[in-house]
Write a protein that binds this ligand. Structure first.
Ligand code: SF4
Length: 72
């Protein structure tokens, strides 16, 4: 599990997951301590991955259930 969270090869660098970015209240842009206001799709050579900013992908259910699925 820990290996999955910290695997740096699984994601593309962007400001949305960088440790140097801060969220600007009520705006889609981020505030970087090095570059100032940046878009969340930007990236630079100072990029450092912050696993706590990772947004997990949602798993969708098929929506087709039968009575067998709810039996214990
Ligand atoms: S501009 Fe660079 S250092 Fe700043 S948040 Fe984006 S990737 Fe991180």
């Amino acid at each position: 599990m820990r290996q999955k969270l910290f695997n740096k090869k699984d994601h593309t660098p962007n400001c949305a997951t960088c440790v140097h970015a801060r969220v600007i209240e009520g705006d889609a842009e981020l505030l970087c301590v090095h570059e100032g206001v940046v878009d969340e799709t930007d990236a630079c050579r100072r990029y450092t991955y912050d696993p706590l900013k990772r947004r997990p992908t949602k798993h969708r259910l098929s929506g087709e259930f039968s009575a067998e699925d709810f039996k214990v």
